[in-house]
Ligand binder design. Structure first.
Ligand SMILES: NC(=O)c1ccc[n+]([C@@H]2O[C@H](COP(=O)([O-])OP(=O)(O)OC[C@H]3O[C@@H](n4cnc5c(N)ncnc54)[C@H](O)[C@@H]3O)[C@@H](O)[C@H]2O)c1
Length: 304
């Protein structure tokens, strides 16, 4: 089975690609390298350097005839989306619509879409199910939700099967500080280079951290399961930024002073995803405890 991964040279995409290769899929990547890197891509994979909005994308679909598309390419920076909502929409909404057009024309059997907990916006300190109200607080969250709706309608009108995966805050090796959930990458970067980590707001805001290899597994499972479903992929555990920093300092045995700054626009207070549906329909469970994932991540940053 041939799988086209958009954004496969990125943080999460490169782990998804590694796992697809492990499972013997035939994989092609399309990536424009705006944040992705060639060095993290599995050497066995064909890499096409192209923007998903390029008119040449149609040739890629025509020539390669992928069976499944895993669509991960996106503008992933929440702050940038607040400064340039139109650029965010161009990449995330129009990019997705263009891909849907090619999926329709070239009879793709399934589209797997990387969505985000950012679609839910502010919630109480509780576990969020997929039926929670959608109220994004950032243009990034809104562009992910708009893409979800286009995927739904394309499925209704043209029968393109899909699975939408709404990730919690993803972390792990190869992450940079630029992306959506980059707090762990940023903290490790600062602490290892002897700088002070920055906490925005009180630090009591909580997040649901999920390890990148668990995200890769969810994508692989979605190739055959969870058709036409929206599924949360998170640990359903909450950790405050203050707690997280304490864990990371104890792992690294470095005790740095913290710089505190005001909260940023678009930041949410609490986010924790219920993962019952993922367990039921994808047989997906997070296999990494936060401390184990942090340990693997720390060892990665120490060595690069
Ligand atoms: N990191 C998280 O915590 C998180 C959480 C929820 C959802 N997501 C989603 O997961 C996906 C992957 O995110 P990531 O954290 O790995 O980010 P990333 O920036 O590391 O990866 C994105 C990849 O897409 C490529 N890309 C971006 N725009 C492109 C375009 N127009 N054409 C071709 N390639 C393009 C980049 O070069 C990069 O390789 C994104 O869709 C993101 O919205 C991430």
């Amino acid at each position: 089975m041939k799988i086209l991964v958009t954004g496969g040279a990125g943080f999460i995409g490169s782990h998804v690609v590694d796992m697809l290769i492990e499972y013997d899929y035939d994989v092609i990547i399309v990536d424009n390298f705006c944040t992705g890197k060639k060095v993290i891509v599995h050497p066995q994979v064909r890499l096409i350097k192209m923007d998903i909005n390029s008119p040449h994308m149609e040739e890629v679909f025509g020539r390669e005839q992928p069976d499944v598309v895993i669509h991960m390419a996106a503008q992933v920076n929440v702050t940038k989306s607040m400064l340039h909502p139109e650029a965010d929409a161009e990449q995330n909404i129009l990019g997705t619509i263009r891909l849907l057009g090619y999926c329709h024309k070239y009879h793709v059997q399934k589209l797997i879409f990387s969505s985000s907990c950012a679609v839910y916006g502010e919630t109480k300190d509780c576990s969020i199910t997929e039926t929670f109200p959608i109220q994004p607080l950032s243009f990034y969250g809104l562009s992910k939700y708009a893409s979800e709706r286009y995927i739904h309608l394309y499925c209704t009108l043209y029968q393109i099967p899909f699975t939408i995966l709404r990730y919690a805050n993803v972390y792990g090796p190869r992450q940079t500080s630029l992306g959506e959930g980059g707090v762990i990458a940023t903290f490790f970067g600062k602490v290892l280079s002897g700088e002070s980590p920055i906490i925005y707001g009180t630090g009591e805001q909580t997040r649901d951290y999920v390890y990148v290899k668990d995200i890769a597994k969810a994508n692989v499972l979605a190739i055959t399961e969870g058709t036409n479903e929206i599924v949360n992929i998170g640990s359903n555990r909450k950790t405050s930024v203050n707690e997280l920093l304490k864990m990371m300092m104890s792992l690294t045995s470095i005790d740095s002073a913290v710089i505190r700054k005001p909260s940023r626009v678009g930041d949410i207070q609490h986010s924790r995803l219920d993962n019952t549906k993922a367990a039921t329909i994808l047989s997906w469970y997070p296999s990494y405890e936060l401390l184990d994932g942090l340990w693997e991540t720390f060892n990665y940053y120490k060595e690069i």
